[in-house]
Each structure stands twice: as structure tokens, then as C-alpha cells.
Design a protein around this ligand. Structure first.
Ligand code: SF4
Ligand code: SF4
Length: 509
């Protein structure tokens, strides 16, 4: 870390000068045999990797029509090329979204199109060689699957889906990424990304009850495995102990307490995050999500609420219905999905985001706040990619942007926006999403944070902003790590429910 420095801010954000090859060989650590095999992947790069990779590509192309369209549709207009935070920060031309896509597209053309088979050079088609495979590993692990580039593509080409396909192929041939595969293994074995066993979790929650009692004089509970509770809260495991995440967990508990809502966490399903999406593997995605369904059925809850976690909310909002039977579209032939459908209370959104829950309670006037408790802050809001571009919230279009902002304005007096071309659907990734939040990628993460740091600095200079709220566990972890490298105080970042926690009125001491 000592030799990692922040790149200089750009005075006029323009297309960066190119530094070809600057991020060559800077991909993450490769997963060990043990980590790969625990997920059912080959331990190491298999001997027939070439044939297996092409076969897997063919399989994905036939399964996902969108992938084939994305391979064919690009006209190389260049509209996406300067929209990626990793390209802006690293200046490596292979981190331009279109160039990243072309790593896969060139091989697709060679093996799956007639012109590519007959005249490869004329159509930019390439054989899949070991060098190409290494290039895939390197650059598809320098994409956070944030989908910002797709907002600017006139054809709606989604680089994130292409990255997921490439990572899926790499895992299939035994060339997986250490960080993501290790985390998925922990979820299977222990139940959460951090490998926090049930008894440690219970201790942590009891400690929190004591802390809140000391601070407020009120008995706010953090219940675990309570059968018959109304709400099952599934939250990122970082909420249980990481800073500033834990302050949002305290905020959720206070909201449930103040509204008299019975709720529970689950020791079996103590993780909302789902890295199965990051590695593009449907089976892993489903297996991880199934733990939540099992916990909901065993506990008999009526509602499932998801904590502050960007990609978890995308998985919950967009995929849980068909994966697990939570929400509309449950498989009519899946007995357990149908059981869950009968059990859940359909007067409420299933699943719901904790911000939806809190905002509904604010609108129903079931919560009161002392906004002055947040007067020490001038607050801005960082939209997290997977919430902004991969999901929605509430009943109205754009609810995923408005609801967190509405909550902040309900609990605090000082709120300012960051530059409009860097917020809402055009938000920049924090630089650590998509399975890249690992220290072996710290250089990439620091460089990838550049566009967000530039705009934050602008709000600090113009408005004196001293708190950036966000609703993503990865954003919180990434920013607390990289912000000091840019000269900011790491305490400047926190959750929306941290602000709720500060201002909520629980009664007299
Ligand atoms: S990191 Fe985001 S902007 Fe960059 S290529 Fe990947 S999806 Fe596109
Ligand atoms: S904006 Fe779309 S069509 Fe244009 S280069 Fe990028 S991916 Fe291709």
C-alpha cells in the first residue's frame, strides 16, 4: 500500500491520454485448487481449456440471446469508450468498455461467425490462444460490472453481461479469481461472506443491544432466529461489525423498534450479498439465494427486507422471484416457491428494500426525528451502481434515486447533490464493485475511484460537504479504504440509516 498513490485530479475531465499496457498483468490473484474445487470448478487450468472454453461460449450464446446480440450489435461508435471509471483512472485502452468487449467478441467472431472462420483478419477475429485467455483474466477482472457504459451505448450493449460471461468461461476451465471464489465458499460453509459463525454473530448482536441501551437508555433488540417474526432482515454481513456499516444496522433496528415491527435476522442466512452474480454463474447465484428462502420458510416470516447492499438488492429485486419464489413470477411447479408465496404477506412489496420500509413508515408518520442531530453534516449522496442501474424501489420510476434522498432530507437539514452527470443512472462506480474489493487490486481500486473522488472534492470545495451517504456495503468498504489516499477523512462515508439512527426519536431516557 505504501507505493500506491492517487492519480492527479483532471482539471477539465476530458478523454484521458492513452497508456497502453499500463494495467497488463495487474489482475487479481488466481483461485487455488481448493477454492475452485469447493465450488465444483476444476482446481487448475485444464489441459483441454481451449475446447472447453469455446464449448462454454457456445453454450452461453445459445442460452442467453442477449449475449449473442451484444456480440453482433456493436458498431464501434466509441460513445462508451471514455465512460468507464477504470479507463479514466488507469488510461489503459483495454479498459475502454468497447475494447473490453472486443476481447471476447474477437474470439466469438473467429469460432461462431462465417466471415470470422473464412477471413479472420478482415473482421478482427482472433484464435483463442493462451495469451488471449490471460488477457481475458486480466481485463475482465478489471470491470466492476457497473453498467455505466451501457447507459451511453445507443444499442444498449451491456458490458457487465459480457464480463459475467467471460468470468463464467474462465471458471469453467479452472481459471477462477481468488477473492470471489473464496467468498462464495464461505457462504456455502458458514452462511456469510465474512465467515462469521452463528455464535460470534449472536455475541455481536448482544453487544450492540448493550451499546444502544448505553447510548439511548432504550432496549432496542437485535433478534436472531425468532420464529413467527413478521420481517426477516437479510443484510450484508459487513453490517455486523465493519465501520461504518454497523451504524446502519443500528439504524434498521431502531426503525423496527420505533414502529413496533417484529423482526429477526437468521443465523443460517446471514448474508444478503451474492457473489454468484459477479462470477456470472447461475448455479452459484441460485444456491446462495436459496439459503434465504430456506430461512424464510423455517422462520415463517411474512416479509423479507434487504439491508443496505447494492448488488444484493439487484439480485433480490431482479432475480429472487425466478430463483427462489420471493416476489412475482415464482415457478408454479416449484413446491417450496409456492409455499413461500402463500406464506408471505402480499400487501407489501416482496422483497422490500430497507429504504422502502423506512420511507413508508416516514410517510405514515410512524417515525419522528430530531433533524438537528445531523446538523454537523453537510451531506451528499453517492448512488450505487447496482441500485441505480440494476433495480428500482417503490412504486414510481426513479424510486431508487428518490427514496434514499427523501429519507436523508427527512432526517437531516443539509443536503446537496453532486454533479448531475455523475449521479442517478449516470453514477460512477466506487471502484471496488463486481468482485474487485480485494487488496491485491488496490492499485486498480484507487485509480477506479478517481471520477467519484473528483466530484466529491468539487462538492467539498463548493458546499463544504463532509458526509457522503450511500446504501451499499461495498461502496462503504471501498471508500473508507481509498478516500484517505485522496486526502479525505474515511469517516466522511456512511449509510443512509446511519443518519436515520442519529436523528430517530425512540422516547425519553
Ligand atoms: S466497469 Fe462498468 S463502465 Fe467499465 S466496462 Fe465494466 S460495466 Fe462498463
Ligand atoms: S457505445 Fe455501444 S456500439 Fe458504440 S462502441 Fe460502445 S458498445 Fe459499441
Amino acid at each position: 500500500m505504501a507505493d500506491i498513490t492517487a492519480p492527479a485530479y483532471r482539471t477539465i475531465p476530458i478523454i484521458p491520454a492513452l497508456k497502453p499496457g499500463s494495467m497488463e498483468g495487474k489482475g487479481p490473484f488466481v483461485a487455488s485448487d481448493k477454492l475452485n474445487e469447493a465450488l465444483g470448478f476444476p482446481g487448475q487450468l485444464v489441459e483441454d481449456w481451449h475446447d472447453r472454453a469455446i464449448a462454454k461460449m457456445g453454450d452461453l450464446l445459445s442460452k442467453y440471446r442477449s449475449l449473442k446480440v451484444f456480440m453482433d450489435a456493436c458498431v464501434h461508435c466509441g460513445a462508451c469508450s471514455d465512460k468507464c471509471h477504470y479507463f479514466i483512472g488507469t488510461q489503459d485502452p483495454k479498459n475502454m468498455p468497447v475494447a473490453r468487449q472486443d476481447l471476447l467478441r474477437s474470439v466469438y467472431r473467429r469460432y461462431f461467425t462465417l466471415p470470422g472462420k473464412l477471413f479472420p483478419k478482415l473482421v478482427g477475429a482472433r484464435d483463442l490462444t493462451r495469451e488471449v485467455l490471460d488477457e481475458w483474466y486480466n481485463y475482465f477482472n478489471q470491470c466492476s460490472e457497473c453498467r455505466r457504459c451501457s447507459v451511453f451505448c445507443p444499442y444498449g450493449i451491456d458490458t457487465a453481461e459480457i464480463t459475467m460471461a467471460a468470468r463464467e468461461i474462465l471458471d469453467t476451465v479452472g481459471y477462477g479469481q481468488k477473492y470471489s471464489n473464496e467468498i462464495i465458499g464461505k457462504v456455502h460453509k458458514i452462511g456469510n461472506n465474512l465467515g462469521l459463525p452463528g455464535p460470534a454473530l449472536r455475541d455481536t448482536l448482544e453487544g450492540l443491544e448493550e451499546d444502544v441501551k448505553d447510548a439511548t437508555g432504550i432496549d432496542v433488540r437485535f433478534p436472531m432466529d425468532v420464529k413467527g417474526a413478521e420481517v426477516l432482515l437479510v443484510t450484508p454481513s459487513a453490517d455486523f461489525f465493519a465501520e461504518p456499516h454497523i451504524d446502519s444496522l443500528i439504524g434498521y433496528a431502531k426503525v423496527f423498534h420505533a414502529t413496533g415491527t417484529s423482526w429477526t435476522l437468521s443465523s443460517m442466512s446471514s448474508e444478503a450479498g451474492n457473489f454468484g452474480m459477479f462470477i456470472g454463474n447461475y448455479d452459484q447465484l441460485r444456491t446462495i439465494a436459496m439459503r434465504i428462502r430456506q430461512a424464510a420458510l423455517e422462520l415463517g416470516v411474512k416479509r423479507i427486507v434487504v439491508g443496505e447492499c447494492g448488488h444484493a438488492w439487484r439480485v433480490a429485486y431482479s432475480f429472487w422471484n425466478t430463483l427462489t419464489g420471493v416476489g412475482d413470477g415464482a415457478d408454479p411447479n416449484d413446491r417450496f416457491a409456492q409455499m413461500l408465496q402463500k406464506q408471505l404477506d402480499h400487501r407489501y412489496k416482496q422483497p422490500a428494500h430497507i429504504c422502502e420500509f423506512t420511507w413508508d413508515m416516514i410517510q405514515d408518520e410512524r417515525l419522528t426525528f430530531d433533524k438537528t442531530a445531523n446538523d454537523k453534516y453537510i451531506i451528499t449522496f453517492h448512488d450505487s451502481c447496482n441500485v441505480a442501474r440494476g433495480s428500482r424501489m417503490g412504486d414510481l420510476p426513479g424510486g431508487q434515486f428518490e427514496i434514499p434522498r427523501n429519507i436523508i432530507k427527512a432526517v437531516a437539514n443539509n443536503f446537496v447533490e453532486m454533479a448531475p452527470n455523475t449521479t442517478r443512472e449516470q453514477t460512477f462506480c466506487c471502484g471496488g464493485g463486481g468482485g474487485l474489493l480485494t487488496d491485491d487490486l488496490l492499485d486498480l481500486r484507487v485509480k477506479g475511484a478517481l471520477p467519484r473522488m473528483e466530484v466529491l472534492q468539487q462538492t467539498v470545495d463548493e458546499h463544504g460537504v463532509n458526509f457522503m451517504a450511500t446504501i451499499c456495503a461495498i461502496c462503504k468498504a471501498q471508500f473508507t479504504k481509498v478516500m484517505p489516499i485522496y486526502g479525505f477523512d474515511r469517516k466522511m462515508v456512511g449509510g443512509v440509516h446511519q443518519l436515520v439512527s442519529n436523528a430517530i426519536q425512540l422516547g425519553q431516557k
